[in-house]
Design a protein around this ligand. Structure first.
Ligand code: NAD
Length: 289
């Protein structure tokens, strides 16, 4: 396939490299001038998109996605699949899809989970919104860049699934950190706390797979001075998107709202850009909370 790839940052660069390794002809563009071995460099987003069977975008936010789509949709080849893997607001995703569909293209929103490690290893999970036809055309590329793709429904539903998942993640991480902080004050050993909760009804991915307490449970960013991992600023981005979507859809998400406020405060106070699980050491520093 001839593929255009726009946005070759921390995630986009390794994803594009995996497509090249699988034998596809990839042309890339990034405003920062990033180059990736094996990826031909275009002079603009429109140039990268023109004449391609598939165009993939991996961009920072919804406004940039809208701007880039305004350039690449007119350059798209009829019937090409347009795969947006960025995490953006649901409204921008739906608007981008409408613009692309009106131009005879096959758009999907396909945000990912798995982070930079998953992008490099080709083990991302894609949450996909779009028509059956568009999903089917994108599927072989998801198989190269990831290990799982779930078709969540019409355009925007991939982003909806992503922000619902990450709202749960933000809430459970804060709850898990607060429980450890409470256990500390009550004189309950962290290992004992992990042994009980990880096999009881308080278990979650935050506790079992990504434990915020160093030296407890499987290896996690807590064991590496809370270097990300998943930076708190990215968690905050996703929580804000969840609250924007909740407001727009009229959903009541009180815990999501509180989690957003807590991460806003944490990101503002934390000078090291730590992982989102560093809420735990932060809670033991009352002057900063
Ligand atoms: P990044 O900032 O490293 O990469 C974004 C790239 O887009 C940059 O290289 C930037 O120069 C480029 N860009 C910006 N405007 C552009 C334009 N107009 N035209 C072309 N290129 C442009 O970010 P990232 O970590 O690669 O994340 C990309 C997306 O993936 C974000 O939406 C993020 O929320 C999401 N995401 C990131 C992770 C992660 O762990 N990093 C995990 C899941 C999802």
């Amino acid at each position: 396939m001839k593929i255009g790839f726009i946005g070759l940052g921390n995630m986009g660069a390794p994803m594009a490299a995996n497509l090249v390794a699988a034998g596809h002809e990839v042309t890339g563009f990034d405003v920062a001038g990033v180059t990736v071995e094996g990826v031909a460099q275009a002079g603009s987003a429109a140039e990268a998109a023109s004449g391609c069977d598939a165009v993939i975008t991996m961009l920072p936010n919804g406004q940039i996605l809208r701007d880039v789509y305004a350039q690449i949709v007119p350059a798209g080849q009829a019937g090409a699949v347009f795969i947006d893997c960025s995490t953006v607001d649901v409204d921008s995703a739906r608007e981008a899809a409408i613009t692309a569909e009106d131009a005879g293209l096959l758009p999907v929103d396909a945000p990912v989970s798995g982070g930079v490690g998953g992008a490099a290893a080709g083990t991302l999970t894609f949450m996909v919104g779009g028509s059956d036809k568009a999903f089917a055309k994108a599927q072989p590329l998801f198989e190269i860049m990831g290990q799982k793709a779930v078709h969540c429904g019409p355009p925007g539903n991939g982003q909806a699934a992503k922000i619902c998942n990450n709202m749960i993640l933000g809430i459970t991480m804060i709850g898990t950190c607060e429980a450890f902080a409470l256990a500390d004050k009550l004189g309950l050993d962290r290992q004992a706390m992990f042994d009980v909760v990880s096999t009881s009804s308080g278990y979650s991915w935050s506790m079992n797979a990504y434990c915020p307490a160093p030296g407890v449970g499987p290896q996690s960013p807590a064991d590496n001075d809370y270097k990300p991992g998943f930076a708190a600023a990215l968690m905050l981005k996703d929580l804000r998107l969840s609250q924007q979507a909740a407001e727009s859809a009229g959903a009541i998400t009180q815990m999501g709202g509180r989690a957003t406020e807590i991460y806003e405060r944490f990101v503002e106070m934390d000078e090291e850009g730590r992982d989102f699980s560093a809420i735990l050491p932060w809670l033991s520093d009352p002057a900063k909370v």
